[in-house]
Design a protein around this ligand. Structure first.
Ligand SMILES: [Zn+2]
Length: 1057
C-alpha cells in the first residue's frame, strides 16, 4: 500500500501543486490584466493594440509580441502570452522605433536594440504604427484628459459610450474613444477635427478646455444624438463598419440631430446666430450652426460684420473659440451621401484636404531614378490646420508621419509619367527631406498640389498661386541694393519664367530664363550661389539648404536651356538673338573679319559638328577662344545651324515672298517690300536677320583682306538662309540686297552705324598691333566691376567699349542693379589698389579702357558713392585762388627703385600746387599764412607736371603714416618709369582740399558733370554683336598680354583712324 499511499500523497501533492500553480497563474493573469488595463487607462480592457508573431534577430524561433498601452511585451510564444509569462517588457517612454528596410524595423532602447522582422511590408507598417502609438502613449500626459473628464458626460465616448475616452473632436466639441476617433478622422477635417487629449498638448488652451466643460458630450449629444433609434446606437464593441455608418449619419448627415425651430429659414437662422453669439448660450450656437446658420453671415453691423466679430465685441471668448474651430465645418446634409472619394476632393474655404495618396519613403537626396509603382504605399492623407498627416488607412488614429506646412520649403511637380504613378508631386522640407506622392488622376493630383501650395505660401506671395507652376517655394536670395544680407524670397518656376516675390521691394517682372545673360554657380560646394544676370538686374540665390537648392538649380538650368530646334526655342540673348548665333557672330567679329575666305572656307567637319553640338546643348556656357577654335570651324557651325533650322530663318510660310521680292525691278519698291516682309517675321527671326546682316555688312567692309565682298557673301548665305540648293539665284540676291540696303531696310541710324564702325576698327587695330608684337588674342574687353564693395555677389561683368567713360560705366552698373540716383548721391567709379591700400575715384570723363588695361592683379574697379565729393565741390566753389599750398608730411617709396631699402619715415615738406605743376620745398624760410603767399626757398626740391600724376586716397598701413589722411601719388616718367610717394595731411578737410585742387587742376576745372547730363542720359544702347557679358574667364596675364600689345594709349590709335 505504500505504493498507493505514496500514490495518494503524490496525487495530493500534485493537486496542491496544481492548485498553487493555477492560482499563481490566475493571479498573474489578473495582475497582467490590471496592469495593462491601468496602462491603457481603460479598466476592463486588456486587449492589446496589436499582438502577433515577430522575428527578433538573435532568436531562433519567432516571438509573440504584444503592444499594450505604452509597453511592448515579448513572449516566447502564444501560450506563454495567454499564461501571462513574459520574457520582458519594454517601457516605450524610453523606446524609439525606426524602419530599416521593407520588412524590418528597430526598436531602440538605451540598453539594447531589438531588430524585428515582420512577414510582410504591410505587417511591418502596422507594427511600426502600433509601436509609435505606444511611444506617443508613453509620452502623453493625462492632465488635460483629467480636467475634461471632470464633466461627467465627458467620461464616456460621445459616440459609443466607451469609458475614459482620450480623444476629442474640437469643432464638434465632443470627447470620443480611440476607435471612434479613427472613424472621425475618416469623415475628413471638414466634418470633424480630431485631436488627442493626451498627445496634442498644445491644442488644449484654457479656453478650449473650458468650452469642453460647458458644451462637451452632454450638450453635444442633446443636439447631435437627439433622435437615435436604439437599433442604430453604437456600443463600445461595435465593429468598425457599424461605427463608420453611425458616425456618417450622425455628423455628416445630421440624421439624429435636434432640429432647430428656425431650420430651413436661412435669414432667420443667421439672425439668431448673430444674437446667440453675444450671449453665453453655447448650446444655441451649436444648434444653429448644426442646422445651417452661416458662420460668416453678415451681421448688418459694419463695425462687427461677422458672428465672430460680434462675439468678440460682446467679450464672449468661448463663443469665439467655438466659432473659430468651426470656421471650416461643413453643414450636415442628408443628401450628401456621395461616394466617399468624391467628397474628399472638395476644396474647403481654407486649406484642408484629405484623401488617399500614394507615397514613397522620404529621401535625403534628389530622385534621379524612376520610382516604380510598387515603391509607393497607399496612405490616407489629411491636410488640416497647417499639417499634412499621413495615416495607415482612413481609420487610423495615429499618423505614420506628418509634414508641417511651415516646414515645407518647396513643392515641385515632375512631368507626367516620371514615376510609376502618372501624376506625382514632391514636397521638400526644411529638414532636407524629399517626399514623393503619386496619384492616378490628374485632377486629384492638381487639387492636392493647389491645396498644399495654399497651405505653405504666405499671403504676400499668393500671387504666385494664380498660375500653374512646376516648382514653388522659398529660397534665400540677394538682389538689388540689399546685398548685405540674404532674405527669403518666394519663387515659382513655370516654363522658362521664374517669378519672384520679395518681402521688401516692388513686385518684380518675371525673369525670362532663356534670355539670361549669365547663369552660373559661384562659391564652393558648401556655399553655392546661383547667379542669374538679366539685362537690368542680378539675382543671387543661395544654397543654404542643399536639397531643395539642388532641385531648383536643376530646374532653372533646364528651363534656361534651349527647348527645341526652332529659332525662338533657343537660349536668347539680350535683343532676342539666339545666344548660339550671337556667340558665333561675336567670335568671327573679333577674330575672323580679316581671315581670308571667311564663311566661304569650310571648317573641319568633326570639329564643326562637335562645336555645334555643344552650342546647341548650352550655348551660354560655351566660350569660344582663339587658339582653341578656328574661325572656319565657327563660321561653318553657324552656317550649319542656320541651314538646319526646321522652319528656316525666313520661315517656310514667308520664304517664297522674300524670293519673289528680289525680282522687283524698282529698287525703292523692292526695299520697301523687304521692310514690309521683315515686320511680318516672328520677333526672334527678325532680330536674328538683322544681327546677321549687320554682321555680314561688317564682314564685307574688310573684303580687301578677307576677299568676301557682298556678292561672295550672298553666294554663300543665300542657299544657307533660304535652305536652297544654290541653283536659285534669287536667294543670293535677297542676301545681297539686304547687305547693300542694310541701313535702310533695318532703319539703322547714324549713331548706331558709327558706333559699330568704331568697335570694329578698334578690334582690327588691336589685332594688327597684336600680330605685330607676336601675340594673338581675341581680346574681350570685359571687366569685372563691383558695386559698393568687392564681393562675389556684387560682381558685374561689363564689356568696355573703347569710348566708354567712367561716368558711363558708373551709370551702366547702377542701371543694371536698378539703383536710382538721388540728389547729392555722387556715384563714382573707383580704382582700388588693394596692395597699396589706396583708391582713386576716376574722373567722370576718364576713359575706362586704358585704366582697365593698366590695372594690376591686386586692383579692381568698384562703383560707390564718393562721400567727400560734396565737401570738395563746396570748397572749390568758395575758395579764392586756383592754387593751393601748405605743409604735408612726405615720404618717398624707394623700394620701387628696386633697392628694397626702408626709406625712413615721413618728413614735413612744403608743397605748392598750381595749374601746371606740383612743387616740393624742403623748408619754408618764412611763412606768413595771412598773406597767402609764403616765401619759400627759391628752388624746389622736386617738381612734377601735374597732369602726369595719379593721386590715390590712402596710404598703406605698413608705412605707418602719421595721420590717416594720406595720399599715394604715382608719377610715370616719359620713359615709363614709375615713381611713387606718400603725402599725409593733418585733417580730413585738408586732405579733401588738396584732392579737390588736384582734380580741378588736372581736369581744367570740371570736377563733376553738370546735372542735366546725368538726367538726360540715354539708356545704354543694345549694340549688335558688341554687347557681351561673358565673365572674364581667361587669366589676368592673358588680359595683360593683350593690353601690352595694345600700346600705351589705345585711344590715340583710334583717333588716327
Ligand atoms: Zn467610442
Amino acid at each position: 500500500m505504500v505504493g498507493s499511499v505514496e500514490c495518494c500523497v503524490c496525487v495530493l501533492e500534485r493537486k496542491e501543486w496544481m492548485q498553487a500553480l493555477q492560482q499563481a497563474m490566475a493571479e498573474q493573469r489578473a495582475r497582467a490584466r490590471l496592469s495593462s488595463a491601468y496602462l491603457l487607462g481603460v479598466p476592463g480592457s486588456e486587449q492589446p493594440d496589436r499582438a502577433g508573431s515577430l522575428e527578433l534577430r538573435g532568436f531562433k524561433n519567432k516571438l509573440y509580441v504584444a503592444v499594450v498601452g505604452d509597453k511592448v511585451q515579448l513572449y516566447k510564444n502564444l501560450e506563454e502570452y495567454h499564461l501571462g509569462i513574459g520574457i520582458t517588457f519594454i517601457d516605450m517612454s524610453v523606446g524609439n522605433v525606426k524602419e530599416v528596410d521593407r520588412r524590418s524595423f528597430d526598436l531602440t532602447t538605451p540598453y539594447r536594440i531589438f531588430s524585428f522582422s515582420a512577414d510582410s511590408e504591410l505587417e511591418k507598417e502596422q507594427w511600426l504604427e502600433a509601436m509609435q502609438g505606444a511611444v506617443a502613449e508613453a509620452l502623453s500626459t493625462s492632465e488635460v484628459a483629467e480636467r475634461i473628464w471632470a464633466a461627467a458626460p465627458n467620461r464616456f465616448c460621445a459616440d459609443c459610450g466607451a469609458p475614459q475616452p482620450d480623444w476629442a473632436s474640437i469643432n464638434l466639441c465632443v470627447v470620443i474613444c480611440k476607435r471612434c476617433a479613427g472613424e472621425h478622422r475618416g469623415l475628413g477635417a471638414g466634418v470633424s477635427k480630431v485631436r488627442s487629449l493626451k498627445m496634442d498638448r498644445k491644442v488644449w488652451t484654457e479656453t478650449l478646455i473650458e468650452l469642453f466643460l460647458q458644451l462637451g458630450n452632454g450638450a453635444g449629444n442633446r443636439f447631435w444624438a437627439a433622435n437615435v433609434p436604439p437599433s442604430e446606437a453604437l456600443q463600445p464593441s461595435s465593429s468598425p463598419s457599424t461605427r463608420r455608418c453611425h458616425l456618417e449619419a450622425k455628423y455628416r448627415e445630421g440624421k439624429y440631430r435636434c432640429y432647430h425651430p428656425l431650420f430651413g429659414n436661412q435669414e432667420e437662422l443667421d439672425k439668431a446666430l448673430c444674437a446667440a453669439v453675444t450671449t453665453t448660450d453655447l448650446a444655441e450656437t451649436q444648434a444653429l450652426l448644426g442646422c445651417g446658420a452661416g458662420i460668416s453671415c453678415f451681421s448688418g453691423d459694419p463695425e462687427a460684420p461677422t458672428p465672430l466679430a460680434l462675439a468678440e465685441q460682446a467679450g464672449q471668448t468661448l463663443q469665439m473659440e467655438f466659432l473659430r474651430n468651426n470656421r471650416t465645418t461643413e453643414v450636415p446634409r442628408l443628401d450628401s451621401m456621395k461616394p466617399l472619394e468624391k467628397h474628399y476632393s472638395v476644396i474647403l474655404p481654407t486649406v484642408s484636404h484629405s484623401g488617399f495618396l500614394y507615397k514613397t519613403a522620404s529621401a535625403g537626396k534628389l530622385l534621379q531614378d524612376r520610382r516604380a509603382r510598387e515603391e509607393f504605399s497607399r496612405r490616407w492623407c489629411v491636410l488640416s490646420d497647417g499639417v499634412l498627416s499621413y495615416y495607415e488607412n482612413e481609420r487610423a488614429v495615429t499618423p505614420n508621419g506628418e509634414i508641417r506646412a511651415s516646414e515645407i520649403v518647396c513643392l515641385a511637380v515632375p512631368l507626367p509619367d516620371t514615376h510609376g504613378f502618372e501624376h506625382t508631386f514632391e514636397v521638400y522640407t526644411e529638414g532636407e527631406r524629399l517626399y514623393l506622392f503619386g496619384l492616378e488622376s490628374m485632377e486629384q493630383a492638381h487639387e492636392w498640389v493647389k491645396c498644399i501650395a495654399k497651405a505653405f505660401v504666405p499671403p504676400l506671395a499668393e500671387d504666385l498661386l494664380a498660375r500653374d507652376f512646376e516648382r514653388l517655394g522659398r529660397l534665400p536670395y540677394k538682389a538689388g541694393l540689399s546685398l548685405q544680407r540674404a532674405q527669403e524670397g518666394w519663387f515659382s518656376l513655370s516654363g522658362s519664367e521664374l517669378r519672384a516675390v520679395f518681402p521688401e521691394g516692388p513686385c518684380e517682372e518675371p525673369l525670362q530664363l532663356r534670355k539670361l545673360q549669365e547663369l552660373s554657380i559661384q562659391g564652393d560646394s558648401e556655399n553655392q550661389v546661383l547667379v542669374l544676370v538679366e539685362r537690368r538686374r542680378t539675382l543671387y540665390i543661395q544654397g543654404e539648404r542643399r536639397l531643395d537648392f539642388m532641385g531648383w538649380l536643376g530646374a532653372i538650368q533646364k528651363a534656361a536651356a534651349s527647348m527645341g530646334d526652332t529659332l525662338s526655342e533657343q537660349q536668347l540673348g539680350d535683343s532676342d538673338i539666339p545666344v548660339i548665333v550671337y556667340r558665333c557672330v561675336d567670335y568671327i567679329t573679333q577674330c575672323g573679319l580679316t581671315s581670308e575666305g571667311i564663311y566661304r572656307k569650310c571648317g573641319q567637319t568633326s570639329k564643326t559638328q562637335r562645336l555645334l553640338e555643344s552650342l546647341r546643348q548650352d550655348a551660354r556656357s560655351v566660350h569660344l577662344k582663339e587658339g582653341e577654335q578656328h574661325v572656319d570651324d565657327v563660321s561653318s557651325a553657324l552656317k550649319r545651324f542656320l541651314r538646319d533650322l526646321p522652319d528656316g530663318l525666313f520661315t517656310r510660310a514667308q520664304r517664297l515672298a522674300w524670293l519673289e521680292a528680289s525680282e522687283i525691278e524698282d529698287e525703292e519698291e523692292k526695299v520697301s517690300r523687304y521692310r514690309e516682309l521683315l515686320v511680318r517675321l516672328p520677333p526672334v527671326n527678325r532680330a536674328t536677320v538683322k544681327a546677321l546682316i549687320s554682321h555680314l555688312y561688317c564682314v564685307q567692309c574688310f573684303s580687301d583682306t578677307n576677299q568676301m565682298n557682298v556678292h561672295n557673301l550672298a553666294i554663300v548665305f543665300g542657299p544657307t538662309l533660304f535652305q536652297t540648293d544654290g541653283q536659285d539665284y534669287k536667294a543670293g540676291r535677297v542676301v545681297e540686297d539686304l547687305i547693300n540696303h542694310y541701313v535702310v531696310v533695318f532703319s539703322v541710324d547714324e549713331e548706331e552705324l558709327r558706333k559699330q564702325r568704331e568697335e570694329i576698327t578698334a578690334i582690327v587695330k588691336m589685332r594688327v598691333a597684336g600680330t605685330a608684337s607676336g601675340t594673338q588674342h581675341a581680346g574681350d574687353f570685359i571687366c569685372t566691376v563691383y558695386l559698393e564693395e568687392k564681393k562675389a555677389e556684387t560682381e558685374q561683368h561689363v564689356k568696355i567699349p573703347a569710348s566708354m567713360t567712367a561716368e558711363e560705366l558708373t551709370l551702366e552698373i547702377l542701371d543694371r542693379r536698378n539703383v536710382g540716383i538721388r540728389e547729392k548721391d555722387y556715384w563714382t567709379c573707383f580704382e582700388v589698389n588693394e596692395r597699396e591700400e589706396a583708391e582713386r575715384p576716376l574722373h567722370f570723363a576718364e576713359k575706362v579702357l586704358p585704366i582697365l588695361h593698366g590695372l594690376g592683379t591686386d586692383s579692381h574697379l568698384v562703383v560707390k558713392k564718393h562721400q567727400a565729393m560734396e565737401a570738395m565741390l563746396l570748397y572749390l566753389a568758395s575758395r579764392v585762388s586756383d592754387t593751393k599750398h601748405g605743409m604735408m608730411k612726405f615720404r618717398e617709396d624707394r623700394s620701387l627703385l628696386g633697392l628694397g631699402l626702408p626709406s625712413g619715415g615721413f618728413h614735413d615738406r612744403y608743397f605748392i600746387l598750381n595749374s601746371s605743376c606740383l612743387r616740393l620745398y624742403k623748408e619754408v624760410r618764412s611763412q606768413r599764412p595771412w598773406s597767402g603767399a609764403p616765401e619759400t626757398s627759391h628752388r624746389p626740391e622736386k617738381e612734377w607736371p601735374v597732369k602726369s600724376l595719379r593721386v590715390y586716397l590712402g596710404v598703406k598701413k605698413k608705412l605707418r603714416p602719421p595721420t590717416c589722411w594720406g595720399f599715394t601719388v604715382v608719377h610715370e616718367t616719359e620713359k615709363h618709369e614709375k615713381q611713387q610717394w606718400y603725402l599725409c595731411c593733418d585733417t580730413q578737410m585738408e586732405l579733401r582740399e588738396w584732392f579737390a585742387t588736384f582734380l580741378f587742376v588736372q581736369h581744367d576745372g570740371l570736377v563733376w558733370p553738370s546735372e542735366p547730363s546725368r538726367v538726360s542720359r540715354a539708356v545704354p544702347e543694345v549694340r549688335l554683336g558688341s554687347v557681351s557679358l561673358i565673365p572674364l574667364r581667361g587669366s589676368e596675364n592673358e588680359m595683360r598680354r593683350s593690353v601690352a600689345a595694345f600700346t600705351a594709349d589705345p585711344l590715340s590709335l583710334l583717333r588716327n583712324v
